[in-house]
Design a protein around this ligand. Structure first.
Ligand SMILES: [Zn+2]
Length: 121
């Protein structure tokens, strides 16, 4: 990068310009001359694919991850984990309802067969 104070080329990772000693933007983030400050968090930082899968597999993890990321300012990623967790919960609820209802219908099958057989006589 170019030093904003003296205009000389300096290392991108430099916190202080080697030519004039001015603190760079990066140096300010690192808190040169003071307490280290947190780098700004991008609220639109995309969600981690692995964490999305984890949220789908274990909804509780997704909700916790979502809460942590949201409180860290990563709104987009946090939302994605929570949506994944909720989608997973809805999926399992629907699936278990289908299985319950399906086995209920299956348990009625003999009666349907008996009913059908009686109408054939
Ligand atoms: Zn400089």
């Amino acid at each position: 990068m170019i030093c904003s104070n003296c205009g000389n080329a300096i290392d991108d990772q430099a916190a202080i310009c080697v030519h004039c000693g001015a603190v760079t933007a990066r140096g300010m983030y690192m808190g040169i001359g003071g307490r280290p400050v947190k780098p700004p968090v991008d609220p639109n930082e995309p969600a981690n694919g692995g964490f999305i899968v984890l949220s789908l597999l274990i909804p509780l993890v997704g909700i916790i991850l979502g809460a942590i990321e949201s409180s860290n300012g990563k709104k987009r990623a946090g939302k994605a984990y929570i949506i994944s967790a909720v989608a997973s919960i809805v999926f399992w609820v629907v699936l278990s309802l289908l299985i319950t209802f399906g086995s209920f219908l299956l348990s009625l099958l003999p009666y349907f067969i008996m009913l059908f057989a009686s109408t054939q006589e």
